[in-house]
Design a protein around this ligand. Structure first.
Ligand SMILES: [Zn+2]
Length: 276
């Protein structure tokens, strides 16, 4: 697994032809980093657009929120961005990844320290205005790719309005829609996806960004009585998730990331008529 090289510290960022072959297989792109819109210059973006190569943009949306004692709070944003980046690399150079929306709708976690949250209207306004910016530049297809449960219903409700208002193809998916019950059964001992900071997300992080898994000093049984979680059901669920997290492995994460990347690439292909 390659170490982080760009942007949010994403892995799998092949920087040489050899790395690329290791990571994905097939011919290397001129520059893997260039699928990240924010790493392009305006010249590079303009030439991609005006040359007709750019067919779609993936906009990752996530959260900055507590992920129990052992995962970094950027987990959901980093997960959606990693899947988006890898899918865009599969479709290179026709797809770019827009700058992720890294704070989501997380009021339900505000009794855990560190969580940041936006009101629904604020969040939807930010997502819409990023889509609008892309539309102004001439982008015709946008896949909003989500990595956080609290964003799902608001975006499902809003996406048709986004599409009508902007007059372009805007679609919405969460990357874990890739996982059928059979896949969950096959790979997850706890049988739960996505869960929260449990077996699945910890496995994803171990494979995708292991520097964000920090077990050192974590003793959930000792700390749980000091956390002050108000809702007893939520506290019980968190305790179960903390136990399930110990089932995580990088191998499970690698498999699940690969499945999501293929699935998202297929959704983007469906938005590029000449591809189907
Ligand atoms: Zn999460």
């Amino acid at each position: 697994m390659k170490n982080s090289t760009a942007g949010l510290g994403l892995p799998h960022t092949a920087s040489t032809a050899a790395d690329w072959s290791d990571a994905i297989g097939g011919a290397p792109p001129a520059s893997a980093r260039n699928v990240l819109l924010w790493e392009n210059t305006r010249k590079e973006f303009r030439e991609l657009l005006e040359g007709g190569d750019l067919k779609a943009v993936i906009l990752p949306v996530g959260s900055t929120e507590q992920h129990n004692e052992h995962l970094a709070m950027i987990q959901d944003t980093a997960s959606a961005t990693l899947v988006a980046q890898q899918a865009a690399l599969l479709l290179y150079p026709r797809v770019l990844v827009a700058t992720p929306v890294s704070v989501g709708i997380s009021p339900h976690w505000m009794d855990r320290k560190g969580t940041l949250t936006l009101r629904k209207e604020t969040f939807l306004a930010v997502v819409f205005e990023i889509c609008e910016s892309l539309q102004v530049h001439g982008v015709k297809s946008i896949l909003i790719l989500n990595g956080h449960g609290g964003n799902v219903i608001p975006l499902q409700e809003a996406v048709n309005w986004f599409r009508e208002k902007l007059g372009i193809d805007v679609r919405f998916h969460s990357y874990w829609e890739a996982y059928t019950p059979e896949i969950v059964e096959q790979y997850m001992e706890s049988k739960r996806v996505p869960g929260h900071a449990a077996e699945f997300e910890t496995s994803f992080a171990l494979a995708g960004f292991p520097e964000r898994v920090r077990w050192e000093g974590v003793d959930y049984d000792t700390v749980k009585s000091t956390l002050g979680i108000r809702d007893p059901n939520s506290a019980a669920e968190e305790e179960q998730f903390a136990r399930d997290a110990r089932l995580a492995t990088a191998e499970k994460g690698e498999a699940m990331i690969g499945i999501a990347v293929e699935w998202v690439a297929e959704r983007v292909r469906e938005m590029m008529p000449e591809e189907t």
